[in-house]
Design a protein around this ligand. Structure first.
Ligand SMILES: Cc1cc2nc3c(=O)[nH]c(=O)nc-3n(C[C@H](O)[C@H](O)[C@H](O)COP(=O)(O)OP(=O)(O)OC[C@H]3O[C@@H](n4cnc5c(N)ncnc54)[C@H](O)[C@@H]3O)c2cc1C
Length: 468
């Protein structure tokens, strides 16, 4: 065998799998058709956060008077904001190039396809093909914008997330279809820099996977900012024959016609599982995802799949964790690694949305906990009562904790407010360690911090609130 491990796709699933494999002594290669780092570094997590930072800086400057600082009129330079975001993405992709070199991982640029159980064909951009053998092949080909039949992405007037972060000029108005993390992040970004934004959501509330209280708070905040939010609404058809886009929206009260320069379709992701040899090898798939066991083995010996193409939350940290588990399980079986990894607990995966106010959550929502038959204790602590939030001028939002009333098990945390994405890890680690509320209250939290609001929320749940 030329290699011990070949990974197809270099997103957070693929590059992490390759590095862990190399660290554990496997001769490793990685195949990439476009840019090292995948969607996450090039067209997802990182460039969007760069855009959101620019929007936030602009908002801060626009409200500088609130902090006692007078500055001249601020102007958002769209071209420069996009350029900065692309620069950050390029730098991160180069970082992955460095890590591949450092770990002596062979980078094979081109389109990878399984041509045998232990064989990958790589077709380079110039059409040249080469075939490589490996004992283990890990498929991590990720996803792309999902297309709805009535919203075909043309890249100009009906766009997906890639175009939304690389437009040549700032649209004056935008319709955002879908209010998951991607939709609400772009809605915040474009609104903040002066685009008139309308969100159209099919479900009765925005960020529909979150706890209902979070959806209500975000909707209140967005409406206050001036973003139009239409829930229980769906775009039935679009007309792009004029200067902009006309969207015919079915609402609870009949049809409404929206007009805007551009429409962003943010209705989720489809998986890249076509034309990569899965059918020929009879690798099982289900509803567009590759079927794998708890260690990411497919039904074909020596072939594994991780990341967005398998069941589970389509998130970068999920892909990275799956990568480590998959490789360590292979290494353990071959006697190369002492640790036999545990399966990932998909019920303890944090979800973060980086709009303003930020959202972070893990575990069961209040509704899910009740539906699961738990008798619960719920505590909610508003940031309006937090000293740190007041000092920062960031009083919006709250922390909500949900505990099982019988045994004190921490069932879930749902937060909305400034920097909450930085404090959710505490709940994740505590839940992993099967903490109880009493152990949390026996823990000391630094003051003043946003994180102490978690302790305050637990006190509220127990009827022992000190700061409310
Ligand atoms: C706008 C946006 C924002 C996001 N923000 C966040 C966030 O803040 N936090 C978070 O956790 N997640 C976020 N995500 C999701 C995150 O990007 C994905 O979950 C993550 O990238 C999945 O990693 P992956 O390794 O499975 O695949 P990907 O990152 O999609 O990488 C797959 C790679 O495989 C390559 N490839 C595909 N087919 C082939 C082939 N046949 N041969 C060779 N190469 C191939 C692709 O070119 C790509 O580079 C965001 C996604 C989007 C779209």
């Amino acid at each position: 065998m030329a290699y011990d491990v070949i990974v197809i796709g270099s997103g957070p699933g693929g590059y992490v799998a390759a590095i862990r494999a190399a660290q554990l002594g496997f001769k490793t290669a990685i195949v990439e058709r476009e840019s090292l780092g995948g969607i996450c570094l090039n067209w997802g997590c990182i460039p969007t956060k760069a855009l959101l930072k620019s929007a936030q800086v602009f908002e801060y400057i626009s409200h500088s008077q609130d902090y006692g600082i007078t500055v001249g009129e601020a102007k958002a330079d769209f071209e420069k904001i996009i350029k900065r975001s692309r620069g950050v993405a390029d730098k991160m992709s180069k970082g992955i190039q460095f890590l591949m070199k450092k770990n002596k991982i062979e980078v094979l640029m081109g389109f990878g396809k399984l041509t045998g159980k232990k064989e990958v064909e790589v077709k380079a951009a110039d059409g040249k093909t080469a075939t490589h053998q490996a004992k283990h092949i890990i498929v991590a080909t990720g996803g792309r914008s999902r297309q709805l039949p009535n919203l075909p992405i043309d890249g100009k007037k009906i766009i997906g997330y890639r175009e939304a972060m690389s437009l040549p000029t700032q649209p004056k108005s935008m319709i955002v279809v879908g209010s998951g993390a991607i939709g609400v992040e772009f809605a915040y970004f474009y609104h903040s820099i002066g685009t008139k934004v309308t969100i159209v959501e099919f479900m009765p509330r925005i960020v529909p996977v979150e706890d209902e209280d979070i959806s209500k708070e975000l909707e209140k905040s967005y409406k206050k900012k001036g973003i139009t939010v239409m829930t229980n609404s769906s775009v039935e058809r679009v007309d792009t024959s004029g200067n902009g886009v006309k969207a015919y929206v079915k609402t609870a009260n009949g049809e409404e016609v929206l007009e805007a320069d551009i429409l962003l379709s943010a209705v989720g992701v489809s998986t890249n599982i076509e034309n990569i040899g899965l059918e020929d090898l009879k690798i099982a798939t289900d509803k567009g995802r590759v079927t794998v066991d708890k260690m990411y083995k497919t039904n074909v010996d020596g072939v594994y799949a991780i990341g967005d193409i398998v069941m589970g939350q389509a998130l970068a940290h999920v892909a990275m964790k799956e990568a480590v588990i998959c490789v360590e399980a292979i290494a353990h079986k071959e006697g190369k690694h002492h640790h036999n990894p545990e399966p990932l607990d998909y019920g303890n995966v944090p979800g973060c949305t980086y709009c303003v106010p930020e959202i972070a959550s893990v575990g069961l929502t209040e509704k899910q906990a009740k539906e699961a038959g738990y008798e619960i204790k719920v505590g909610k602590f508003p940031f309006s009562a937090s000293g740190k939030a007041s000092a920062a001028g960031a009083n919006e939002g709250f922390v909500k904790v949900i505990f099982d009333a019988k045994y004190g098990e921490w069932l879930g945390t749902h937060m909305i407010g400034a920097n909450v994405t930085e404090i959710i890890a505490q709940t994740v680690a505590s839940r992993k360690l099967e903490t109880t509320w009493q152990e949390q209250l026996d823990t000391i939290f630094p003051h003043p911090t946003m994180s102490e609001a978690v302790k305050d929320a637990i006190e509220v749940a127990l009827g022992e609130a000190i700061h409310l």
